[in-house]
Design a protein around this ligand. Sequence first.
Ligand code: C2O
Ligand code: CU
Ligand code: CU
Length: 497
Amino acid sequence: MTLSRRHLVRNAAVLGTAAVLPAAGSSWAATPPPQRPAPSRRRGKAPSPRTSATEPFTVPLHVPVPLRPRRMIGHDFHQLTTAESRVELLPGAPTPIRGYNGQFAPLIVARRGRPVLIRQVNRMDVPFAMHLHGGHVPQRFDGHPMYQAEPGDVRYYHYPNKQRASTLWLHDHSHGDGHGHEHSDSAESIYRGLAATYVLTDGFEDALPLPKGRYDVPLQIRDAKFEDDGTLSYDPQGFADRPTFLVNGRPRPYFEVAARKYRLRLMNTANDRFFLLRLRDGAPMTQIASDGGLLPAPAQVWAVPLWPGERIDVVVDFSNYPVGSQVVLESLASFPGETPDVMRFDVVRKADDPSRVPGELRPAPDLGTPVLEREFRMRFDPQTGRHLINDRVFDMHRVDFRSRLGKTEVWRVVNEDVEMGLPHSMHPHLAQFRILDRNGRPPGPTEAGLKDTVTVAPGETLRFAVKFTDYTGLFMYHCHMMNHVDMGMMGQMEVVR
Ligand code: C2O
Ligand code: CU
Ligand code: CU
């Protein structure tokens, strides 16, 4: 932490990378992501050029109200119907979406130790398989394509919720006709709206004085491309042409906040886009959690690198701003010509604030001593246009390896795409992991907690320790850039006794 903030922010603007984070322990500097930073602008100047579907900050943030479960003995029961419907994402131009219960980005709040049962009806004309990303869930309920619901089908999902409080999400994991075709529908269905927030709470977290209730806000951040009539246009390889940023399904919204601390659950639900989020005035944020819940200790950050599938919770203290001020959250990693604005916080009132961020949060669990190491080489094959893991594309009829229940493994993820400069991520189902090192260097405080999705820069090698427990069967692992998944970058493991 010897670099000055100015220095860091300047580097962020130049590189658009996470290397600017004093705490990231990451090495993006050597390998900028494919997106280039937009030139940084001074506060107060009008955005130019305007490429979004709507003028920034003209639409209020949608804060989802948790879906109301039926409280049954021993569990919460939800009905989730997936269907095509129309939702007014942009003012005055309803957008056809694929949603849950007619909603775009709804919210389920669940409690550790209290299972959730979901009756899921697929009223779409495409298959659907629901996956709880980050969830510790039996094979049957994990969204494996062999169980996918064809149009008209009904499925039941049982989520045990035997894991730490964390921000998870529910998204489609269907795969074509379910018979092993390489093409997947899930990328398109996620893009069209099948991404719900699933906040898992527990007593440990409740006992901490962190911001709670209305001061704890999930923010699903993603990009999209709209036609003038409000239609979402989708091109699997069109990741560089999705200029509208959505937060909880609204274009670059504003959010009226009180002058106090908020917990913001930043989630990247975009198919392919990297966000490097910061407050435009350069004020620090306090990172308290990553994919798997609270960090061992909070970390001060000036920018948050958020790759597809990842979640990072930060606490932002708006009491540092006089009532009447406006604070923009922007992404330093936008494509040229894009508006970097993500959303704006409008400080509109004073409020009491009994919350604070303790100096210690939650120790990371001990995952035990590894018994073996596996290697995953990630690369794009320009010959075939496919994305490969260990030289293979996904085949749901092939088991790529077997893992033993309860044995700790090390996964070494090597990104071989140096020439193409492509980032790749790794996301195993069933378990969350702990990062051991990046290019041999231990992780910084922001990566010291549990994670389930991690991105590896071109040329970089990352190792994490993971232990699969409780449930045997077939589980997927994959890159979470959806256009890469679409082109084969997924594998299947079998967890055995
Ligand atoms: Cu969010 Cu299999 O992934
Ligand atoms: Cu997942
Ligand atoms: Cu990839």
